[in-house]
Design a protein around this ligand. Structure first.
Ligand code: NBP
Length: 488
């Protein structure tokens, strides 16, 4: 029997679909699963009539593979990944490759790359996005790890990945090398964080439409359908349109019967933690995570709603004009979210010594994943035009968009505040924009306060940077003392 191109361990939803996708693209896949009966079941059902090779032990799996061997894990993140790695090491030869395609924490992928390279093996930690449907028909694949492994996994990954059309009529795969060790899983984590942000932004727009403008579900559905034909064209806008049009058995919109308490699995939180650790103002994603947290205390909110009153929302005036403003506010806020995400990438690249492929990341997200959108093509263009772009807002296209959207954006946020409708991501995005474009912020007072209570010192605008001063703030007249020194 001819040897398999790749081995895949973990025959749950993602694994099975990825195997069938690889098979469709002409690759021979050998499969294994901890609970071996699932191999038999798969061979008799989904894999029936394919070239897939079912194996019943790790030895059998490894022996069925071409060299260098490529073994992909699609198992639950955490301990199962380490356990399989330790079982595989004695069975593999120098230069063989272990790929982890689960939702692993990037810190684990950093550790695993070093560990496997110390054993003469190669490691790829890759984000795979798009869920079950993506795995079957074309996911977004974000690989990082041992660079020497890339040429060996590239043909398979780029064949099975989602494809997006280029203006010249060709196609690009939504998969490219991201960077060293944990970079692939880091990018996947930030993808999920940005997904939290995009979803919250859309939900705020819906809140304003429903409670502010009093729109019917048919009207909201039509608005999202229209938005999906322009610069907001994206998977999340598209499914929002469909959700708003979906009727329950009684003919009422199903969405209104769903408990307004959001859950989360933690990747948004991880993204926020990484940003806080590195001091990056990733305000939009963090607000989106916290908005879910606030929504989840439903019982407490219900009690509070009986005590804490506010305005009764009713946005009057030209409805279409407000909807036009809202579309601009959503787009501008989305630009801020991706700007902040790319600021985080720059910091992470510095922190972890990664050479990140910035334009490639936008291309990988352009198709196959939950945040796929036309907008990501513009980010790719921005980095193609200037690979050293320091900030997305400074790209000519995005600068223009922000300047033309800002009046509408301010009207929407002001209106939401007046009406008492919370828009944490839209408003924090605007606050970030105003902070980022300000050469003067009130942090001078803050530094004075820090020096007052903690002698933390401050720098002066009329003295060279790097010289630090302390003042005895409680002294009177001649008692005031200032000292100066240079910090290292
Ligand atoms: P699950 O995350 O549910 O994992 C199931 C697989 O893990 C099965 O093969 C199972 O073997 C194996 N496994 C478990 Br559970 N505990 C194990 C252990 N202690 N030792 C060895 N194997 C163990 O599957 P999934 O939803 O297909 O996801 C696979 C990976 O892809 C995960 O990391 C997930 O986070 C990620 N991911 C999932 C999605 C999605 O939409 N589902 C999207 C993107 C990424 P068994 O059959 O013997 O129990």
């Amino acid at each position: 029997m001819s040897k398999a191109d790749i081995g895949l361990i973990g025959l749950a939803v993602m694994g099975q679909n990825l195997v069938l996708n690889m098979n469709d693209h002409g690759f021979t896949v050998a499969v294994f699963n901890r609970t071996v009966s699932k191999v038999d079941k798969f061979m008799e059902s989904g894999a029936k009539g394919t070239k897939v090779i079912g194996t019943r032990s790790l030895e059998e799996l490894v022996n069925s593979l071409k060299s260098p061997r490529r073994v992909m894990l699609m198992v639950q993140a955490g301990k199962p990944v380490d356990e399989f790695i330790d079982m595989l090491i004695p069975l593999l030869d120098k230069g063989d490759i272990i790929i982890d395609g689960g939702n692993s924490n990037y810190n684990d992928s950093i550790r695993r790359t070093a560990y496997l390279e110390s054993k003469g093996l190669l490691f790829v930690g890759t984000g795979v996005s798009g869920g079950e449907e993506g795995a079957r028909n074309g996911p977004s694949i974000m690989p990082g790890g041992s660079i020497a492994a890339w040429d060996h996994v590239k043909p398979i990954f780029q064949s099975v990945a989602a494809k997006v059309s280029r203006p010249d009529g060709g196609e690009d795969p939504c998969c490219d090398w991201v960077g060293e060790d944990g970079a692939g899983h880091y990018i996947k984590m930030v993808h999920n964080g940005i997904e939290y942000g995009d979803m919250q932004l859309i939900s705020e727009a819906y809140h304003l439409m429903r409670d502010g403008l009093g729109m019917t579900h048919e009207e909201m559905q039509a608005t999202f359908a229209e938005w999906n034909t322009g610069k907001l064209d994206s998977y999340l806008i598209e499914i929002t349109r469909d959700i708003l049009g979906y009727k329950d058995e009684d003919g009422q919109a199903l969405v209104e019967k769903i408990l307004d308490a959001a859950e989360q699995k933690g990747t948004g939180k991880w993204t926020g933690i990484s940003a806080l650790d590195m001091g990056i103002p990733l305000t939009l994603v963090v607000e989106a995570v916290l908005a879910r947290a606030l929504s989840s205390i439903k019982d407490e909110r219900e009690s509070a709603s009986k005590v804490l009153t506010g305005p009764q929302p009713a946005i009057t005036g030209d409805k279409q004009a407000f909807l036009n403003d809202l579309r601009e506010a959503l787009y501008a806020s989305k630009i801020i979210s991706y700007t902040q995400g790319y600021m985080l990438f720059r910091a992470a690249a510095k922190e972890y010594n990664w050479n990140l492929n910035y334009g490639g990341i936008a291309l990988m997200w352009r198709g196959g994943c939950i945040i796929r959108s036309v907008f990501l093509g513009k980010i790719k263009e921005a980095f193609d035009n200037n690979p050293a772009l320091p900030n997305l807002l400074l790209d000519p296209y995005f600068k223009e968009q922000m300047l033309s959207a800002q009046a509408a954006w301010r009207r929407v946020v002001a209106q939401a505040v007046q009406q008492g409708i919370p828009v944490p991501t839209m408003s924090s995005a605007l606050a970030f924009f105003d902070g980022y474009r300000s050469s003067s912020l009130p942090a001078n007072l803050l530094q004075a306060q820090r020096d007052y209570f903690g002698a933390h010192t401050y720098q002066r605008i009329d003295k060279p940077r790097g010289e630090y001063f302390h003042t005895n703030w409680t002294g009177h007249g001649g008692d005031v003392t200032s000292t100066v020194w240079k910090k290292d």
